[in-house]
Design a protein around this ligand. Structure first.
Ligand code: NAP
Ligand code: MG
Length: 527
């Protein structure tokens, strides 16, 4: 095991890593390869649990490679995970918060020690490049530490309230926030550490117990996080890790009255179904939904062309366009349009695609066959109704032949086309010429989503932009990413409208409270 990393990695600082990072990543990759095909259980009540049926976790860059074998859990497994979490709740919720955060910080330190191993597993199961994979683990660690810090800063959310003026009596009033009970976390494939670990960290710091179900494409990253929690000494049953299809295991969890609150991060369609199904219970339970995006970038005629092009290309194609925050709609004022689009195309064509674990490559494959087909269908639609400026084909020669490789694609499309409002979640972005910033803003806000956005232009224009845009996380003049690269404590992350349900962003001041309900204690004695 390696000692804690000696530099601070964030998505915005990852572009120039020290050599040590590459060397450590390569060593971890070799360890992973030596264990290819190994079987991993679920973790229920502290024990490894195996199912009849298995899920093979394959490498999307070479589908002959089986990274590991995971469990296709059943409805029964889902129920026993909930029962274990229920049993552990009294003990964990009555563990003083100071002790809880001590254990969570210990788990975060273990994640830091194991960052290269977790990152290597993630790079392979998602098809994420090494820097993005390490960034995802580092973000998870930051989310753990941030949740702990917020417990401390708020004294565990205990507060004395005012004393009501009772004649002849003295009253003291206290407000506390207390955990709900069993918290369900369902996470997507694209940030399998931060979107499993982040919600779990908040739920646990608050005193809830957790059942975690990761995406079926990416079971390994969450397993490694669950191991860190177990090895840190978090008691059995406090964190339970179950794997298996969303439609069976996931749905059983959602339909269970044993769940007291849920954090779901994933697509709009699945999220809205969960919202409706979860709402059929006898009372309203907290439902934190972090859903899709269709993130616009507006470029003013006053923008710096090189900054805009760099930020747009990074955000459109980082993780092959499979970020909820990906830049997918680019509205450019007419005077800059031709030059900027030419530069975006040039930069896109220079992107290196291949094995995501290879340090030379910026882009890997898309995550699975279904995304690979989606890409091809969207490309046909773009060819029919618009104009492809670069990309527009899958890559199948030589080393690409065994994976789901798609050329990053920039296309022009009539502004009334349906794909301007549809989250594609593959490496495709669309560009359009606009005659004014007002026109661009009208288009930018005319979608059901409201997750992130980007702007390039003058400072005064940026003030206007921040005031008008309907989205949770917004950037101006950022070369490191037009719409991507939020970091806990710096850019708390969450969406408006169809992109999120709580109105409070993860990694921010108001998030941890979502995992607790308020209770008031009034004591009265004679004066
Ligand atoms: P997804 O298909 O919606 O799946 C997300 C999770 O839900 C997976 O664990 C999935 O399990 C599970 N699931 C599916 N059907 C279910 C059901 N009926 N009941 C309970 N659980 C169910 O999303 P994805 O393809 O993994 O991720 C991409 C999506 O996530 C995009 O839309 C992206 O924008 C969004 N996202 C949002 C954020 C944010 O912070 N707002 C961040 C990242 C990603 P299986 O894998 O077994 O199907
Ligand atoms: Mg999926």
């Amino acid at each position: 095991m390696a000692p804690e990393s000696s530099f601070k990695l964030t998505y915005a600082t990852m572009f120039n890593p020290p050599e040590e990072l590459h060397q450590r990543f390569d060593e971890a990759l070799a360890r992973l390869k030596a264990n290819f095909g190994k079987e991993y259980g679920m973790i229920i009540d502290g024990k490894d649990v195996f199912a009849q049926e298995k899920i093979e976790n394959r490498f999307p860059a070479d589908t002959d490679v089986v990274i590991g074998v995971f469990q296709k859990g059943s409805a029964e497994d889902a129920k026993s995970a909930l029962a274990a979490a229920r049993k552990a709740f009294p003990g964990w919720s009555h563990t003083p918060w100071q002790k809880r955060i001590e254990l969570l910080r210990k788990a975060a330190s273990l994640m830091d020690e194991r960052i290269y191993d977790i990152g290597a597993a993630m790079a392979m199961e998602v098809g994420k490049n090494r820097m993005e994979a390490l960034g995802d683990v580092a973000e998870t660690i930051a989310l753990f530490r941030y949740a702990c810090q917020r417990m401390e800063e708020t004294n565990g959310f205990e507060a004395e309230m005012g004393a009501d003026p009772l004649v002849g009596f003295v009253s003291t009033n206290k407000s506390v926030l207390r955990p709900y009970g069993v918290w369900l976390v369902i996470s997507p494939f694209n940030f399998p550490a931060a979107l499993s670990g982040g919600p779990a960290a908040s739920a646990l710091a608050a005193g809830n117990t957790v059942v975690l179900k990761p995406a079926s494409d990416t079971p390994m990253t969450s397993r490694l996080l669950a191991e860190c929690l177990r090895d840190a000494g978090v008691p059995a049953g406090v964190v339970n890790y179950v794997t298996g299809p969303g439609s069976s295991v996931g749905q059983t969890l959602i339909d269970s009255p044993e769940v007291d609150g849920v954090t779901f991060t994933g697509s709009y369609d699945v999220g809205m179904k969960i919202y409706r199904d979860f709402g059929t219970s006898r009372w309203v339970r907290p439902t934190i939904l972090e859903l899709g995006g269709k993130n616009p970038v507006i470029v003013s005629r006053h923008a710096d062309l090189e900054t805009a092009a760099t930020g747009i290309v990074r955000s459109a194609f980082g993780l092959q366009g499979q970020k909820c925050s990906a830049a997918s709609r680019i509205y450019i004022e007419a005077p800059l349009y031709d030059k900027l689009v030419a530069r975006i195309v040039e930069m896109t064509e220079a992107l290196k695609i291949g094995d995501p674990t290879d340090r030379a490559n910026m882009l890997g494959p898309v995550v699975n066959k279904s995304s690979y087909k989606d890409y091809q269908n969207f490309v046909s639609e773009l060819k029919e109704s618009g104009k492809i400026l670069t990309g527009g084909k899958v890559l199948t020669d030589g080393a690409y032949s065994k994976g789901y490789f798609c050329a990053p694609t920039v296309a022009e499309l009539p502004l009334n086309h349906r794909l301007w409002k549809h989250e594609m979640f593959v490496p495709i972005t669309t560009v359009a010429k606009v005659n004014s910033l007002d026109e661009a803003m009208k288009l930018a806000n005319d979608v059901e989503y409201g997750l992130t956005s980007g702007f390039y232009g003058s400072d005064e224009e940026a003030d206007w932009f921040f005031d008008k845009i309907e989205a949770g996380v917004n950037y101006s003049n950022r070369a490191q990413g037009a719409t991507t690269g939020a970091w806990p404590g710096f850019q708390p992350f969450g969406g408006w409208k169809g992109s999120g349900s709580s109105g409070k962003n993860a990694g921010g001041l108001h998030y941890l409270q979502l995992y607790m309900h308020e209770q008031i204690y009034t004591r009265v004695r004679k004066a």
